[in-house]
Design a protein around this ligand. Structure first.
Ligand SMILES: [Zn+2]
Length: 82
């Protein structure tokens, strides 16, 4: 466990153990290992192809405020707005 750690690249897990308060530093790789996340994205891509390949896609306004929003990014064939 590192003595110093940046808050920007980790989160702290705090819990109570049998000996009292315990803490652990978690890194991005602890939470989301790169190879596992890459496999997840590949599977999501397959699901998108399987379920949405023949679907008409159209913009949908925000269900909370009815704002159409502006395009921000596209991912797996979906356009995201905010
Ligand atoms: Zn909104």
């Amino acid at each position: 466990m590192p003595l110093r750690h940046s808050v920007l690249d980790s989160v702290v897990l705090v819990g109570r153990g049998w000996d009292g308060l315990m803490t652990a530093w978690l890194t991005e790789d602890d939470i989301r290992p790169a190879d596992l996340f890459a496999a997840y994205l590949e599977l999501v891509g397959l699901d998108v192809d399987a379920y949405f390949a023949d679907t008409d896609r159209r913009p949908i306004a925000c269900p909370a405020c009815d704002n159409a929003g502006e395009p921000v990014f596209a991912k797996l064939g979906f356009d995201f707005r905010e």
